[in-house]
Design a protein around this ligand. Sequence first.
Ligand SMILES: Cc1ncc(C[n+]2csc(CCOP(=O)(O)OP(=O)(O)O)c2C)c(N)n1
Length: 631
Amino acid sequence: MAEEKSDGLLAAIETPADLRALARGELRALSDELRQYLIETVGQMGGHLAAGLGTVELAVALHYVFDTPYDRLIWDVGHQAYPHKVLTGRRRRLGSIKQRGGLAPFPARAESVYDGFGVGHSSTSISAALGMAVANRLSGSDRRVVAVIGDGAMSAGLAWEALNHAGSLDVDLLVVLNDNDMSISENVGALSNYFARLLSGRTYAHLRAGGKKVLRRMPAAWELARRSEVHAKGMVLPGTIFEEMGFNYIGPIDGHDVAALVTTLGNMRSLPGPQFLHVVTQKGKGYAPAEADPIKWHGPGPYDHVSGTLFKEASAGPTYSQVFGQWLCDVAEQDARFVGITPAMREGSGLVEFEQRFPERYFDVAIAEQHAVTLAAGLACDGMRPVVAIYSTFLQRGYDQLIHDVALQRLPVVFAIDRAGLVGGDGATHQGVFDLTFLRCVPNMVVMAPADENECRQMLYTAGQLDQPAAVRYPRGRGPGIAVEKTMQALPLGRAELRHSGASGLALLGFGTMVEAARPAAEALDATLVNMRFVKPLDEALIAEVAAGHRAIVTLEENSVAGGAGSAVLEVLQRIGSAIPVLQVGVPDAFVEHGTREDNLAAAGLDPAAIRATIERFWRGQGIARVRPAG
Ligand SMILES: Cc1ncc(C[n+]2csc(CCOP(=O)(O)OP(=O)(O)O)c2C)c(N)n1
């Protein structure tokens, strides 16, 4: 835990009520202490940093002006909510964030009454806040509701659906746009350009209107405003899009000027109807390394906060994301039809090199998973080979598009599904444990799960050669360390790989990561071990053969047991009339909370030791106990 000055202001803040007891003139010093506390504490364990450094003054001002937790404060995504957590009774536990049993990575209603809404996936805040505002009106409550949303999160359709609705309702709602011109990487799209224009135009107007010195400490914005003066002169400032949609728009104001924030929020607090405050902040504010490279400091691992040096883990081989990125570059070089699409996850999905080498065929569509999938469908209609690089958890947003726009029309779209399985620190909101369940029921889909890095490359290649939609789902991080071959060869469709033929009568059918995880159990029990490779189409011939030649089957997957790959095996067995006993090993029917990936696997009973114990118990229950001693 970071040192805190016992005589400082921050040490005395246990709840926002303590904050509200401070004099306005003390808020700046408090903000400085809070920022320093974040820089030091996040350095010890890693976590989301740059976004939170940008919301320090905003969090202080919001809790100062609003009567939280009675008034509702909804942070969009929630990665920028660390200052809010510190101010709401969780200062001492900040060092435990994202760790097993520690603070949740994002606001969570179960964790604190100050967390108005559980978040993690972006762009939900305005809808949720609107729902609360409507509920308050219907129940006659005078509760205020505030949504804080970033310019990146504002790029999602969901946010605009909510604005569209809110602007037509007579409810008291405040939306604060936290505009730092960044998503995880640079924010993209016409809206982002619009915000920049708005900023320059409005800044000009503010300066003209009496030298409000809105952005004096923000040289870049100042320069932009100065340059835009030439264009803005003589121009009548148009209403903002938010005004056109029925909001009272105020801003832009400097989001690091805590006094100005308190004054403006104080004025807006009692205004009736939908209100919109445009706040300009800097991602990484107040920490030089993060200001200089906010992408790198979006979610760093542990670092030395004095030198700004990240403590890098020793890398052994490529991550699955890197294997994917390399494959896409290689295949794009061979075949001009391949294009790459990411919904705002360039770095995480391993697409940095692809963008540099194939800028014309790279599309960051902003946080717009639905659009990403239907864009791919359109590209495929006219002869391209689109590859949608997407995290398992975020594909949930594009599910109807996958069914209706891609699969129904049998379009050759490749879904490169990263972070499939348990993801660790980002916790319950980000676990990728449903995709096998929701993909395998969709007609025309091919669904693959690689057991190692090389197989991942070959599966991606296979997917790209098919004339139908295909998904390859791979986990976060590194694999077992199998060398990736330069050559690419399509795998036979729907064919599993027999890894070991055992003599005991037990067969383990592993999917993806679970092939390697099942190995100790297979060796201990002399069980047959199969790398199933395909979840769809399943290798039905092999399943029939295994059922005929063994006395029990165990299926293993890093996905929800409910409706997953094991269920698919059971459906086949049922169809062929086999009554062989089957144990399904996978993620149980419960949300898995944050921790390391290893913690998550253990919590789900999916670490190799737990797997082995579970299988041995099951096998013993079959009345056949030939277990070799451990080790
Ligand atoms: C639906 C969804 N897609 C992608 C993400 C991953 N993600 C987390 S934060 C973020 C960028 C958000 O940018 P912005 O709202 O501007 O906040 P900032 O980090 O700039 O403060 C993204 C893309 C997510 N959380 N949810």
